[in-house]
Design a binder for this molecule. Structure first.
Ligand SMILES: NC(=O)c1ccc[n+]([C@@H]2O[C@H](COP(=O)([O-])OP(=O)(O)OC[C@H]3O[C@@H](n4cnc5c(N)ncnc54)[C@H](OP(=O)(O)O)[C@@H]3O)[C@@H](O)[C@H]2O)c1
Length: 248
């Protein structure tokens, strides 16, 4: 993909950084995250076709203002959104043990934050009558996640939002799909010991159940993302596509 203006959320996260590395050389990138990791800082210093917006996507006014200011400053015209920002059920607690505030926070970031982004970005796509959007769901939207009710509920909601929104924007050549992966290999040095233990057990159990017998690498998702975001994709919209190595 080239000559696009791509908005990448969760830019300091695993998949965000991966997409930056893939798309940095031939596109304008608008990176969104509420923290600027050292890796992102280094990229921004070296490349002037990359801009960073430090913002919490749950704050609609701030997000709207900062995107608008940046687009006035750069005169860029966004046409592509890769939305990876999310938080996990990192408390690993059952529904009855989860704090109401934590449950709500996951819905706020993963679902309401997604709504904010789409509400702000889609009008820019409509102006050019073109747009390609990928949201990140998860296989847990269909299989559930023990001790992760808020996360799995938020991801199922995103997939359904995708189905509905696709019908509202398709006549302007704006296509939206959700990619729902199983576990993806990623760095884990920033997680708590408790959450790492939870993930390790979860990954081990998952690996046994995956017909391809391995956990996905980001590269396993890339060709699909490329296609969904490309102009070759003329007819696929509103879908939730599971990328799970064959696991249902
Ligand atoms: N990795 C997997 O195994 C896996 C599997 C299935 C689905 N997914 C989905 O795939 C997507 C990418 O996963 P990932 O592993 O790249 O996630 P990640 O490394 O946790 O990255 C997500 C990024 O979003 C940021 N973020 C969180 N809340 C935010 C907010 N309110 N405003 C702005 N930024 C915020 C995070 O910051 P903090 O780090 O400071 O919170 C982080 O930098 C996610 O939607 C995830 O749910 C991942």
């Amino acid at each position: 993909m080239k000559n696009r203006t791509i908005v990448i959320t969760g830019a300091s996260g695993n998949m965000g950084l991966y997409f930056i590395s893939k798309y940095i050389s031939q596109n304008n990138l608008i990176l969104i995250d509420f923290k600027k990791s050292d890796k992102v800082k280094k990229i921004i210093k070296e490349v002037n076709t990359v801009k960073f917006i430090k913002v919490d996507i749950t704050d609609f006014q701030d997000l709207n203002q900062k995107i608008s200011d940046l687009l006035i400053e750069t005169n860029w015209k966004p046409d592509t959104l890769i939305h990876t920002a999310a938080i996990r059920s990192s408390d690993s607690k059952s529904l009855i043990d989860t704090d109401p505030e934590f449950w709500q926070k996951i819905i706020q970031v993963n679902l309401i934050g997604t709504y904010h982004l789409l509400k702000i970005i889609i009008p820019y796509f409509k102006k050019h009558k073109f747009g390609r959007i990928i949201l990140f769901g998860s296989n847990v939207s269909r299989i559930g996640l023990k001790n992760g009710t808020a996360y799995s509920a938020s991801k199922a909601a995103i997939a359904n939002l995708t189905r509905s929104l696709a019908q509202e924007i398709s006549d302007e050549n704006i296509l939206i799909n959700t990619i729902s992966p199983g576990p993806i290999k990623m760095r884990n040095d920033e997680f708590s010991k408790e959450y790492n233990n939870f993930r390790e057990k979860y990954f081990e159990n998952e690996r046994k159940q995956i017909p391809l017998k391995r956990i996905a690498e980001p590269d396993d998702l890339f060709s699909l993302c490329e296609f969904l975001l490309s102009e070759k994709n003329t007819y696929l919209t509103g879908e939730e596509i599971f990328v799970t190595g064959g696991k249902l």
